[in-house]
Design a protein around this ligand. Structure first.
Ligand code: AN7
Length: 346
């Protein structure tokens, strides 16, 4: 059905808004039994990697592209750490509208780069970081009269509210904690707006604490100031000057939540933990919340028994290089059964 049709009543769509979709939304909310036991909480994972381009970006991109088409835009533009570009390129292909994506050169996970190229976007590698690429994309979009589809585009955050609505529908209420990775700070703001809207219309009665997790090398919302040289293995959130910082701060303050940071080592260890103990392969950035929950538990700051939702924002398959750098290699054998049986002894 897709996000626009499903939530037309709650979104700023008109009769003229094209009901485009690639089947985004309605992603599984999975109870993580073993990890819940380990952490002594009730932990749910929202599998946003199940979206058509493999990340949560599709929820907002479908709205941004539909609205660009409604307004008669000739092309769409974005800067991206990878997932926004994959999503923009996919919806642009579906709508047959030109798409320009600016990527920080050499800092985008392989799968995401492959996606943007396969979907037929014009992919431009900028010798600079994401924050600079976004400035350039905004300026170019303005000069050319193209639609910018980064989360500075308000329709992106509107569409991304649908993630919160689905969580409430699945659980019958909001969770106690909503744990989410924070890069450009759009998604945490969108979830907060989604939960708040659901409370206003009486669908839920209480709001969750918004717990935002950043990578230690790119943690402007934790330190309180922009980070001029962001660096982290979680390239999706390698962002030093988040455009939605003000909205994210408001969400955290009003909800009584907090921002926290986790090291690359903690992120990678959470990624393997989630894969090997939960059966869910999420990309490194998506594992920052789990790393954060583990960290808070270590500090004695994870309340026992709470219901927590973490947004697993992107599919692990997008970044095979980082995964392979952590794990062993396959056990090689010849083509004899004896060798196979020998391996299976262990
Ligand atoms: C997997 O694609 O910013 O805080 O350009 O890809 O809303 O930015 C991606 C961000 C978390 C952070 N997890 O969300 C981009 C981009 C994954 C992501 C985030 C991103 P925001």
């Amino acid at each position: 059905m897709g996000v626009i049709r499903r939530y037309a009543d709650l979104l700023p769509v008109t009769g003229e808004t094209p009901r485009i979709t690639l089947g985004e939304g309605e992603t599984p909310l999975v109870y993580l039994e073993r990890i819940s036991k380990d952490l002594e909480i009730e932990l749910w994972g929202k599998l946003e990697g199940c979206n058509p381009s493999g990340s949560f970006k599709d929820r907002g991109m479908v709205m941004a592209v539909a609205k660009a088409l409604e307004a008669g835009a000739k092309a769409i533009v974005c800067a991206s750490t990878g997932n926004t570009s994959a999503s923009a390129a996919a919806y642009a292909a579906a709508a047959q509208i030109p798409c320009y994506v600016l990527l920080p050169a050499g800092k985008v996970a392989l799968g995401k780069l492959a996606q943007a190229l396969m979907y037929g976007a014009e992919v431009i590698a900028v010798k600079g970081n994401f924050d600079r690429a976004l400035e350039m994309a905004r300026e170019a979009a303005e000069q050319k009269g193209f639609a910018i589809v980064n989360s500075v585009n308000p329709y992106r955050l509107w569409g991304q509210r649908s993630g919160a609505w689905e969580v409430c529908e699945s659980l019958g209420s909001a969770p106690d904690w909503h744990a989410i990775p924070v890069g450009n700070a759009g998604n945490i703001s969108a979830y907060w707006a989604g939960y708040s809207q659901y409370r206003e219309i009486g669908k839920i009665s209480k709001l969750p604490k918004m717990m935002g997790f950043q990578a230690a090398g790119a943690a402007p919302l934790v330190t309180g100031k922009p980070c001029p040289d962001p660096e982290t293995v979680a390239t999706a959130i390698r962002i030093g000057n988040p455009v939605s910082a003000h909205l994210a701060r408001e969400a955290v303050e009003l909800s009584g939540g907090e921002f926290n940071s986790v090291t690359d080592e903690e992120i990678l260890s959470a990624q393997y933990y989630l894969s090997s103990k939960g059966g869910i392969f999420a990309e490194p950035a998506s594992c920052a919340p789990l790393a954060g929950l583990v960290k808070l538990r270590g500090l004695g700051r994870l309340p026992k028994g709470i219901k927590a939702v973490m947004v697993l924002t992107g599919n692990g398959l997008k970044d095979p290089d980082t995964a392979m750098s952590q794990v062993g290699r396959p056990t090689e054998i010849g083509d004899s059964l004896d060798e196979l049986l020998e391996v299976m002894k262990g």
